[in-house]
Design a protein around this ligand. Structure first.
Ligand code: 3AM
Length: 180
């Protein structure tokens, strides 16, 4: 029987930004907001692949290695709450084209390889809390952090000792942006 793994493509946050985010989160939300995402698990999902076979994972890994995408800067200057999915997030008011293109290419390859893709539009975000199903007071002052994205990665999500753990399986560099 083939072993299936829960995989997704994402952008990671550098450790300094992870620290900044969790410090800001602790200062702006009460503990009962929801289940805080661990600092090491903070990321921006580009394409969720679901539970997939090793064969499919290998195919998508090869495809990812051939993608030609560019570096970009992303301002994290927006914040919100999706009560349906119970997520409190930080996002961006203006997603750079290079980010939208990268996510779109990864999502279309995922879909072509049989990984169901949500019909909801791509909304790049870093999840801060999960299980936040009750109303959440969104802080009036939004953060303004800069994420310099120079690579994207394939992650495996596992459940270990009662915790979600994301393990980076492979990372691909993004190319320098073309001169204007
Ligand atoms: O932290 P975010 O929300 O960016 O929500 C899950 C998480 O992303 C998302 O995949 C990331 C790693 O678990 N995810 C989980 N199940 C999903 C699904 N069925 C999903 N995204 C789309 N469809």
């Amino acid at each position: 029987m083939s072993v299936e793994r829960r995989l997704f493509f994402a952008l990671s946050l550098p450790p300094a930004l992870q620290k900044q985010v969790i410090k800001w989160r602790a200062a702006h939300f009460p503990a009962e907001t929801g289940r805080p995402v661990a600092a090491a698990n903070l990321h921006i999902t580009l394409a969720f692949l679901g539970e997939i076979s090793e064969l499919k994972a290998d195919a998508l890994t090869r495809i990812a290695g051939r993608i030609q995408a560019h570096k970009f800067s992303l301002r994290l200057d927006d914040i919100g709450h999706w009560p349906g999915s119970g997520v409190v997030w930080v996002g961006t008011r203006r997603a750079p084209n290079a980010l939208l293109q990268l996510a779109s290419v990864l999502r279309s390859h995922a879909a072509r390889n049989g990984c169901y893709q949500s019909a909801l539009p791509f909304h790049p975000h870093v999840s801060l809390y999960r299980n936040a199903t009750r109303p959440v007071a969104i802080p009036p002052a939004t953060p303004d952090w800069l994420l310099e994205a120079d690579a994207f990665s394939l992650y495996e999500s596992t459940w270990e000792r009662g915790r979600t753990r994301y393990r980076c399986l492979q990372t691909w560099p993004l190319a320098d942006a073309p001169a204007l």
